[in-house]
Design a protein. Structure first.
Length: 249
């Protein structure tokens, strides 16, 4: 039996990238998984089919996490599909970089509506579904909140806010046996990173020269840490921010 047998997980932004990797890893440990996506139905259906093909349970649910009504619907559909919730992975996020002179209100709100408000609203709904045995909330932050790279002020601010939220909610929800931790990845090769042109950039070369492990990461460098934080292996951990970044800090 897997470490997460009989548990139910919601993974936001799981149609591709880090979220898809985490959804598959949680399912491989026996969790039933809600694979959330915003627009890539095909990608989400592929993740669900892969999980089902290995004997796991998953459903795809569309919801734009930057829209409060969609967040509420995501958790209503989770309850309808699986009747309970034990694990929330707040992974959906965007990263667009801009130097100070290019920062606009739109750029700011786009990042904060999803990377910060979306996380808070998802946590609020998840907590209503967790049972008396509590649950685990895993926020996907970023190594940028420590590295603070130039031209990333808004994105890095959103992930810095997420580090703070992890600490605050860990204290607030601990008495209800709800653990809240963050994984802060370094540069991970994903569809998003490739689409933004970052995977062939000077930033990648900088990471490869600066990271003690000498390479950027892959999604399977992150997913085992999510399984660990979701499972009772980490039962005495909350409020932690784990850098998973090849040693780059
Ligand atoms: P990605 O390849 O761009 O995938 C993003 C996922 O989020 C997709 O499934 C996408 O769904 C979903 N998504 C986007 N906007 C959404 C919305 N409004 N509502 C719901 N889902 C939405 O991204 P990634 O590189 O895997 O990054 C995932 C997370 O890791 C982000 O929070 C990012 O900040 C963080 N992170 C990434 C890296 C990295 O180097 N890759 C490093 C540190 C931290 P659709 O396809 O349907 O739009």
């Amino acid at each position: 039996m897997g470490k997460l047998a009989n548990q139910v997980a919601v993974v936001t932004g799981a149609s591709k990238g880090i979220g898809a990797g985490i959804a598959k890893a949680l399912a491989a440990e026996g969790a039933a998984v809600v694979v959330n996506y915003a627009s890539s139905k095909e990608g989400a259906d592929r993740v669900v089919a892969e999980i089902a093909g290995k004997g796991g349970k998953a459903v795809a649910v569309q919801a734009d996490l930057a829209k409060p009504a969609d967040v509420t619907r995501l958790f209503a559909e989770t309850k309808k599909a699986f009747g309970r919730l034990d694990i929330l992975v707040n992974n959906a996020g965007i990263y667009e970089f801009a130097p100070l002179e290019a920062i606009t209100e739109e750029h700011f709100h786009k990042h904060f509506n999803l990377n910060v408000l979306g996380v808070l609203l998802a946590a609020k709904e998840a907590v209503k579904l967790f049972g008396p045995e509590g649950g685990s909330i895993i926020n996907i932050g970023s190594g940028v909140s420590r590295i603070t790279p130039a031209t990333t002020a808004v994105y890095t601010a959103s992930k810095g806010a997420l580090d703070a939220i992890t600490g605050v909610l860990a204290k607030e929800l601990g008495p209800r046996k709800i653990r809240v931790n963050s994984i802060n990845p370094g540069m991970i090769e994903t569809e998003g990173v490739r689409g933004a042109g970052i995977s062939d950039s000077d930033f990648r070369k900088w990471v490869e020269t600066q990271a003690p492990l000498g390479r950027i990461g892959q999604t399977d460098d992150i997913s085992p840490t999510a399984v660990y934080l979701a499972s009772s292996d980490s039962k005495y951990m909350t409020g932690e921010t784990l850098l998973v970044a090849g040693g780059l800090r």
